[in-house]
Design a protein around this ligand. Structure first.
Ligand code: SAM
Length: 365
């Protein structure tokens, strides 16, 4: 077997994926589980022109920002990125990342909503398995390795308890015996019941924000923004079950999502990335005699590349863009003409990881 190459590193900064960045060699190297000030040796996992991805092998100098991770799996699990530093520092990294991305857009100061707790929050988790290798855990997409996580702290208590039961005596192997050799399993809570679902598309039982209390704070942000607006009719796209807009003081509302079943009333089931999407939504709005002066959108990480076309078509007075990927968010906002960012919020729905929600409120000039 070919020996993997070792590299010396010295971390100078963090990237947006929670990886330390080193420039010790001719390639920029990204190393998970490191922090600015760390020095040591890393094992190369993959590389391409000018860039290298490596895993931490040995520390010779530890960053002053380091703390002992509270999770026993942190060193090997690819899902959490910041448990080796304080939560205040994690938030600071996230804020710096968002500030850097928004350099391209005029905006007010970022308002931060920290998480109410750092662990024990997810109402759903997804694991990967390989039954021949008896492996169940978090997959590292860089090398497809699976890290076992029986003591994972990220799920709320009911999820953690189910996880422990799956691992106990390899119980999961029996449950997966009629499943393909390799696949994934989702553990999620729905109406107080924990469901274990093998090899189904993500977000079985319908999409829900994964951190209930932080979802309430996110909704409260939208609510207080909307209370200052004159009476409005609302279009909520990528609406799921209408979660984000259900409490707003609209006079009329249309929710649109790709779901097949009706989840809000009125509702349009529509693929919003389809080239006919704007036409279809417009038709439905006309049928409802609804003229949206407010649009709320909350797309998946891929964002909404043609947002400008939506804006040109509907010309809303106000827009709320809720995003779980600040890169696509900024990409989508840059082309918008005549809209001013009035508020920019970082709401931490995914503590311990590099993810967070960004909420941008915009007003037409
Ligand atoms: C980040 S979730 C937001 C859901 C909702 N706003 C909430 O707070 O619960 C993104 C939503 O986009 C929907 N979605 C994903 N791909 C889509 C597509 N191609 N067309 C329409 N909706 C899609 C998903 O079903 C999901 O409900």
């Amino acid at each position: 077997m070919q020996q993997q190459r070792m590299l010396p590193f010295k971390i100078l900064s963090m990237d947006s994926l929670g990886q330390g960045v080193s420039k010790e060699t001719d390639k920029i190297t990204f190393i998970a589980k490191t922090l600015p000030g760390d020095e040591g040796e890393a094992r190369v996992v993959s590389q391409r022109k000018g860039v290298c991805f490596a895993k931490l092998h040995k520390l010779t100098q530890a960053s002053a920002l380091r703390i002992k991770p509270i999770c026993p799996h942190f060193d090997h699990c690819p899902s959490c990125h910041y448990l080796h530093t304080s939560y205040e520092q994690e938030l600071e990294f996230k804020k710096q990342n968002l500030e850097k991305l928004f350099q391209k857009l005029p905006h007010p100061e970022i308002s931060l909503t920290p998480a109410v707790r750092r662990t024990h929050y997810r109402n759903r988790i997804q694991l990967h398995y390989h039954s021949q290798k008896k492996q169940l855990g978090m997959i590292d997409l860089k090398d497809q390795s699976i890290a076992p996580i029986p003591g994972c702290l990220i799920g709320r208590d009911s999820i953690s308890q189910t996880l422990q039961k799956l691992y106990a005596n390899d119980t999961w192997l029996n449950l997966a015996k009629h499943e393909p050799v390799q696949g994934h399993v989702e553990i999620y809570e729905l109406n107080g019941e924990v469901i274990v679902s093998w090899n189904k598309p993500y977000a079985q039982g319908g999409f829900t924000q994964v951190f209930d209390e932080m979802n309430q704070l996110l909704k409260a942000k939208l609510k207080s923004w909307s209370e200052a607006l004159p009476r409005f009719e609302l279009l909520d796209i990528f609406a799921g079950n209408g979660n984000l807009s259900e409490n707003l003081n609209y006079s009329k509302r249309l929710c649109v999502d790709v779901y097949g079943q009706v989840v809000a009333d009125p509702y349009l089931s529509q693929d919003l990335y389809d080239e006919q999407a704007i036409v279809k939504v417009k038709k439905k709005l006309q049928k409802l005699e609804l003229t949206p002066s407010v649009i709320v959108l909350d797309p998946p990480r891929s964002g909404l590349k043609n947002l400008e076309q939506w804006i040109l078509e509907f010309r809303p007075e106000n827009l709320a863009y809720v995003s779980c990927d600040p890169h696509t968010l900024v990409r989508d906002l840059i082309p918008l003409k005549n809209y001013e960012i009035t508020e920019l919020h970082l709401i931490d729905l995914f503590p311990s990881t590099f993810h967070y929600e960004t909420v941008v409120f915009l007003k037409r000039q």
